[in-house]
Design a protein around this ligand. Structure first.
Ligand code: DGY
Length: 320
């Protein structure tokens, strides 16, 4: 008999087909997030829940189905799931690590370049028919080549961002809870600095830490005030790592020059001022949004989900 699976949103075609073939599948019929009540309704009687980073999965949801075998997240981050509550109930939680490293690193660079060279601002200028021709003072941005790149966090995505910096002759400094080995620092051509020193010395600061209690508002008023007034902050990690209200003030009063954001504290809502600020490039959480990456993520999530449902160890288990 096929395992019963509840899927909270349509996946790309390939994983969707695999799941439909190998499971007795129920899918959210809407093109929107489900409410908590709808998720509770959906998981009753199923073996597996395949969910997204936009679904908050807490103990109450888990208790709606005492026979739930697995919570498979379609994401590398799993801060949307109460993993402790799942562990307590002996429910395996899985994620999709590694697969979105390059696409997210590319996105960090897209935001960095766009903020530095004022691409989105220029695009709006042309589209609104304001452009009267080339001008020597128009949209002067900030040099990228040779500037110092500072990385907060040094996991897989940060390392991929660092590798790309070589093409721009950028010195790369980083802070991470655990320092890399000398061999890895040499291989990546990165230098370790204190947290404050990375903020103080970088022209571009890119955030690459997971969201947890220790990293919530890791970047606030004090940290922004350490940064150069000509600097740019990039966030492709998780919104709450930056205190968004403090960021708005820092961008308004010139504490820092600009920001490139893919993630926000209360997605899909942004601090209202951000919508109208020209020195911020805003993207709708697109880090992993390439056809290839989302297909691979879907395949991994499906594999994790079906493995547990069929009594096997999943390839990407999050809880012990
Ligand atoms: C993840 O998987 O955690 C990403 O944020 C999705 O883009």
């Amino acid at each position: 008999m096929k395992p019963k699976v509840f899927l909270t949103r349509q996946l790309p075609p390939e994983p969707m087909k695999r799941l439909a073939e190998q499971a007795d599948l129920t899918v959210n019929p809407h093109d929107r997030y489900l409410t908590k009540a709808e998720i509770i309704d959906g998981i009753r009687g199923v073996d597996g829940l395949l969910c997204l980073l936009t679904d908050t999965i807490d103990g109450e949801i888990m208790d709606a189905n005492p026979d739930l075998k697995v919570i498979a997240n379609f994401a590398v981050g799993y801060n949307n799931i109460d993993v402790a509550a799942a562990t307590q109930r002996k429910i395996p939680v899985t994620n999709t690590p590694g697969v979105l490293t390059d696409s997210t690193a590319d996105m960090a660079w897209a935001l960095l370049m766009a903020a530095a060279r004022r691409v989105a601002e220029g695009d709006r200028f042309v589209r609104t028919r304001q452009w009267g021709g080339w001008g020597p003072l128009q949209f002067m941005g900030t040099e990228v080549t040779g500037a110092t790149l500072g990385l907060i966090g040094m996991g897989r995505i940060a390392q991929a961002v660092a590798k790309r910096a070589a093409g721009f002759n950028m010195p790369v400094i980083y802070w991470n809870r655990t320092r890399l080995s000398a061999a890895d620092e040499q291989r990546l051509d990165v230098q370790y600095r204190s947290f404050d020193e990375v903020l103080r010395s970088s022209d571009y600061v890119s955030i690459h830490v997971a969201l947890c209690d220790e990293t919530r508002h890791l970047i606030g008023r004090r940290e922004l005030s350490l940064m150069k007034p000509t600097s740019t902050i990039i966030n492709t990690a998780r919104g709450p790592v930056i205190d968004e209200k403090a960021l708005v003030v820092a961008l308004q009063d010139g504490t820092i020059q600009s920001a490139g954001l893919d993630v926000y504290e209360n997605e899909p809502q942004l601090e209202p001022e951000l919508y109208d600020m020209d020195n911020v490039v805003i993207a709708p959480h697109l880090g992993s949004a390439t056809v290839a990456t989302r297909t691979k993520m879907g395949n991994m999530a499906v594999e994790n989900c079906l493995a547990v449902c069929n009594g096997n160890r999943p390839p990407n288990l999050v809880n012990p």
